[in-house]
Write a protein that binds this ligand. Structure first.
Ligand code: COA
Ligand code: MG
Length: 289
């Protein structure tokens, strides 16, 4: 599992100099400069040029780029523009299988070799559930790959793919297919030993519901969450940073188990053993110093 913080991943439209500038003050762990759906076809050439420039500049946040999908005919121009100074990772939308990850990896092998970068440097973050085929493939196969840095999922594009008009019920809770896609994304990320990144919450003015969704996401096991607006970033960072109370619990669990003869101990009347230690270690790994 990655040790670098990946709590908040803010999407920034790649054609907006204004938003790119603003994104530097947002405290996002990761910025995802977008060349896909937030940039109209007419704006893509200028966006590619802009990102080619931006990627060479120092930012406090880690830098990822979302390119256009493998079957759009646009991805080679995207990669060509950004691989002079490569981002840390490429976000691959509409990724449908481990073969798709390999197809992108092959392109990156070639570009890294041509541009004098070590082969395998640039990582891949697939958006893994944007079509019905993707979800079914994610259910039945292991998507592990040396370039994989995480897995994330999308709830909007798959709705369009299956012809569904909504992905949440009247209480805002994801319905069947979307809940399934989210759960499978989490399980597949754990199987591949990479970061599990929860999807965006598009109703960006509803902070209370967003905060509740972030808390539930952290509790479920996700490592981070996508943001689409700077105002969402502090909420995500807070939800995905263990509270002092959680950190204290984790330290206690580890101390008690370190001194237990048979790997089992008692804390506040509860039995604790290896699964608790693993959770405690996860909490302490994500304590930001
Ligand atoms: N990254 C960086 N800065 C952003 C931003 C983002 N994603 N979204 C908004 N801002 C900036 C705006 O430029 C504005 O700053 P300014 O007034 O100094 O220019 C400030 O934050 C407040 O923005 P606001 O007026 O509330 O929102 P907006 O109407 O400008 O934009 C969205 C709303 C949804 C269009 C915008 O948040 C956005 O583009 N989000 C990302 C969309 C995206 O990438 N989607 C693809 C992935 S799902
Ligand atoms: Mg999309």
């Amino acid at each position: 599992m990655q040790q670098l913080p990946c709590r908040s991943l803010l999407f920034v439209p790649g054609d907006s100099e204004r938003k790119i500038e603003k994104s530097q003050d947002c405290q996002a762990d990761i910025l995802i400069f977008d060349l896909e759906d937030s940039v109209p076809a007419s704006g893509k050439p200028a966006a590619r040029k802009l990102l080619g420039k931006i990627l060479g500049q120092p930012f406090d946040s880690r830098k990822f780029v979302r390119v256009n999908g493998l079957n759009t005919g646009l991805i080679d121009e995207d990669l060509d523009a950004i691989m002079h100074t490569p981002p840390e990772a490429i976000v691959l939308p509409k990724c449908e299988s481990q073969c798709d990850i390999q197809r992108l990896s092959d392109k990156l092998d070639q570009l890294e070799a041509d541009r004098g970068h070590a082969i395998g440097t640039v990582r891949i973050l697939p958006v893994a559930t944007e079509t019905a085929r993707a979800v079914r493939n994610l259910m039945r196969s292991d998507w592990s790959h040396p370039r994989l840095t995480g897995l994330t999922w999308g709830a909007e594009d798959i709705a369009a793919d299956i012809g569904s008009f909504g992905n949440r019920d009247e209480n805002g809770v994801y319905t069947g297919v979307y809940q399934l896609a989210r759960d499978i994304c989490l399980l597949a990320a754990r199987e591949a030993r990479v970061d599990a990144i929860d999807t965006a919450f598009v109703d960006f003015k509803d902070q209370p519901r967003f905060a509740a969704e972030c808390a539930a996401s952290y509790k479920a096991g996700f490592d981070g969450k996508i943001a689409i607006h700077p105002a969402q970033v502090p909420t995500i960072n807070k939800a995905f940073t263990p509270s002092e109370e959680q950190a204290a619990w984790a330290r206690q669990v580890i101390a008690l188990l370190d001194h237990a003869d048979n790997g089992v101990a008692e804390l506040n009347g509860q039995m604790i053993d290896m699964p608790h230690r693993k959770n405690a270690e996860r909490i302490l790994r994500s304590v930001v110093s």
